[in-house]
Design a protein around this ligand. Structure first.
Ligand SMILES: *[C@@H]1O[C@H](CO)[C@@H](O)[C@H](O)[C@H]1NC(C)=O
Ligand SMILES: *[C@@H]1O[C@H](CO)[C@@H](O)[C@H](O)[C@H]1NC(C)=O
Ligand SMILES: *[C@@H]1O[C@H](CO)[C@@H](O)[C@H](O)[C@H]1NC(C)=O
Ligand SMILES: *[C@@H]1O[C@H](CO)[C@@H](O)[C@H](O)[C@H]1NC(C)=O
Length: 363
């Protein structure tokens, strides 16, 4: 009994003493590397050779500027990254607060032409993320993924489930960060949660390409609290340090046309009239052209055209509707695909922000 109490006290004090901070995981950018004796060329030989990490399978330790065939590997943060070959993984165990929500952001790049994917997991949750790298010009992208802590610790595993002929094919991982999420609630000022997108995953200060919120096929917990990504492709989470955003510090860019949509189900009262307010703009990222954002509230819809010069700016729109059910699905998508005018390999699109849903007395 006494032992039990002592243990509880210890566990409780651990929560307070060691709850993790937002930002890079310990050695999360792999700048601390293996000893030369733990490597053969670029291949890491021992499971504990990379400080703070445990690896398994064919993991390479890559220095920025290293060549692979004709390709020069450049690392966005610091000078080192790891490459996960066939069935390879990196793993780190950290202390978390049981029951809390966390999002993990990581930078990745593909190195071969094949479709690659990455399985990120914190037991019992896992997500299989398609690595498309269609979004940024330099080949690097950042993904976010979220979990709810089931225990006092979390074992974060990034695993390449692929089996390619060339074992050196596989994603490069540069940095991994974590951020505690505090899911906002609906209020009488907004029936939608997190309508301004201010709550979301960690954005690396040194990256200028935003964070992809992957399609939420199997995930229960969204890295963008309140919102689901129900489409085939990711949406991009952007911040005012690197982009133009209509309101606050953060917003969402719809980067993959109709294949990229975000949605939230709101509680409504059948027969009541509601107004859905939102802002449509561009991120000041050379994404120019005629854009259309389609907003849906149940079966009601509005198309909002926006002429983008790619230099920032926004307009406001309202969709008024009468609820026909207890629950109304609010959804946004972009009608068209758009490419950046300075880089025809990067998808981009309209930005949405400041989404508010309110009931109105009389139309
Ligand atoms: C290092 O790699 C080379 C080439 O794959 C291999 O022939 C050699 O046996 C390896 N050495 C060690 C110590 O694993
Ligand atoms: C991803 O990894 C987790 C944990 O190892 C595993 O349970 C899950 O089946 C894996 N998913 C896929 C699609 O490989
Ligand atoms: C960002 O880059 C600068 C210069 O390269 C570096 O000193 C700094 O540590 C980086 N910040 C983070 C969070 O990695
Ligand atoms: C709406 O909510 C009421 C009360 O909670 C419930 O009785 C009814 O079945 C719900 N209707 C629908 C369509 O979900």
């Amino acid at each position: 009994m006494r032992g039990f109490i002592l243990l509880s006290v210890l566990l409780f004090s651990c929560h307070i003493a060691f709850s993790i901070r937002d930002g890079l995981l310990p050695n999360g950018n792999f700048e601390l590397g293996p000893k030369p004796s733990d490597m053969n060329g670029t291949v890491v030989l021992r499971p504990n050779a990379i400080p703070m990490w445990e690896i398994s399978g064919f993991v390479e330790y890559i220095r920025s500027g290293q060549k692979q065939g004709d390709m020069l590997l450049v690392v966005p943060e610091g000078a080192f990254a790891v490459r996960l070959g066939n069935e390879a993984s990196v793993k780190q165990r950290i202390k978390v607060i049981k029951g809390n929500y966390y999002s993990i952001s990581f930078n990745f790049a593909r190195t071969c032409a094949q479709e690659e994917s990455l399985n990120i997991s914190v037991a019992p949750d896992s997500g299989l993320l398609p690595l498309q790298t269609l979004y940024s010009s330099n080949g690097w992208d950042t993904y976010a993924w979220a979990f709810q802590a089931e225990y006092d610790y979390a074992e974060i595993v990034l695993h390449n489930p692929g089996v390619e002929e060339d074992p050196a094919c596989g994603p490069l991982i540069d940095s991994i960060a974590i951020r505690g999420l505090y899911p906002p609630r609906a209020s009488n000022k907004n029936i939608l949660k997190n309508g301004g997108f201010e709550e979301g995953p960690y954005i690396f200060p040194n990256t200028s390409w935003g964070v992809l919120i992957p399609p939420n096929i199997e995930d229960d917990h969204s890295p963008l609290p309140g919102w689901m990504v129900e489409s085939l492709k990711a949406v991009k989470y952007i911040d005012s340090d690197h982009f133009s955003v209509p309101q606050g510090k953060r917003a969402v860019e719809l980067v993959a046309g109709k294949e990229s949509a975000i949605a939230q189900v709101a509680r409504t009262i059948p027969g009541k009239t509601y107004s859905l307010f939102f802002a449509v703009g561009d991120a000041n990222n050379a994404c120019a052209g005629s854009m259309i954002v389609e907003a849906f509230a149940g079966k009601d819809t509005i198309k909002v055209p926006y002429e983008s010069k790619g230099k920032g700016g926004f307009k406001r729109a309202v969709l008024r509707f009468v609820a026909v059910s207890n629950r109304t699905r609010i959804m946004f998508l972009s009608t068209f695909y758009t490419m950046r005018s300075d880089d025809f390999s990067s998808l981009c699109g309209p930005v949405i922000d400041d989404v508010k849903l309110l009931s109105v007395r009389r139309p």
